[in-house]
Design a protein. Structure first.
Length: 117
């Protein structure tokens, strides 16, 4: 019975801790139908805007999920299923993964800005 539970927890870890790597590999889904019709300068502008939004969203998610994770750690709230695991251990990869994703968006942002120089 505990194997399903462990699989659920590992999915959280795999998804959030691999998101930055997938972004670096350009593996995320992109709707580039309109952008492909633009010239190079507009493509770069769209990439910069996308990176700025990505940094903002990933940072906000990292901060707020980090606060929740810290609160759960201080409260000692367990996830009660077959295994009794502290909830903060289950949700810890969310703020960590979002922080890594924000950093990767920053790296991309600086790269796109340097391309225009």
């Amino acid at each position: 019975m505990w194997t399903v539970e462990i699989s659920e927890y590992l999915q959280i870890y795999f998804v959030f801790l691999s998101a930055a790597w997938v972004l670096r590999q350009k593996g995320h889904v992109a709707l580039d139908i309109a952008v492909n019709r633009f010239g190079p300068s507009w493509k770069r502008t769209c990439a910069v805007i996308t990176d700025i939004l990505g940094v903002a969203v990933a940072t906000a998610l990292s901060v707020f999920s980090g606060i929740i994770t810290y609160e759960q750690m201080m409260l000692g709230t367990p996830v009660i299923k077959t295994l009794e695991v502290p909830k903060w251990i289950v949700i810890m990869p969310i703020p960590a993964g979002m922080l890594l994703l924000a950093i990767e968006f920053l790296v991309r942002l600086f790269a796109h800005i340097r391309q225009g120089e």
